[in-house]
Design a protein. Structure first.
Length: 140
């Protein structure tokens, strides 16, 4: 019985020892992070602003929200573009299967609804992702 109590006592000491070391590491790490943050923040803030020529920058009006291809297909599926003539749910899937709607047309409607920029119409990667999203609806 004494050896069991001795073992329990030793395990308790080891647990306390590991807990103390872990806390010390946590405190040291937190203080180090705080110190690094305090020293780098002023340096970052002190940099002069860079002038950008608006003609060179690809400026997108703030009212146009950039919608990802996956979200665009999801919006169409849930009926967000019904007023623009895009069917929803099973009718959208059937329209895509029959060729009545494709990625180009869906993106065009989204451009008109200010959900994506007009540049998306010429972005083959964006159009491919929308097309794949429409195909994925059929698989679900």
């Amino acid at each position: 019985m004494q050896s069991v109590q001795s073992t329990i006592s030793k395990l308790s000491e080891v647990k306390n020892l590991l807990g103390d070391r872990t806390m010390k590491r946590l405190i040291f790490g937190s203080l180090s992070l705080l110190l690094m943050s305090a020293t780098t923040a002023p340096a970052i803030k002190a940099q002069p602003p860079v002038a950008i020529d608006p003609a060179e920058a690809r400026v997108v009006p703030s009212y146009i929200q950039q919608t990802t291809p996956v979200n665009l297909v999801s919006l169409a599926y849930r009926g967000y573009f019904k007023n623009q003539g895009i069917s929803s749910y099973a009718v959208l899937i059937a329209a895509h299967q029959s060729g009545e709607i494709n990625a180009q047309e869906l993106v065009q409607v989204a451009v008109e609804a200010n959900r994506v920029s007009a540049e998306a119409l010429s972005d083959s990667g964006y159009l491919s992702a929308v097309e794949q999203g429409l195909r994925d609806l059929q698989d679900d």
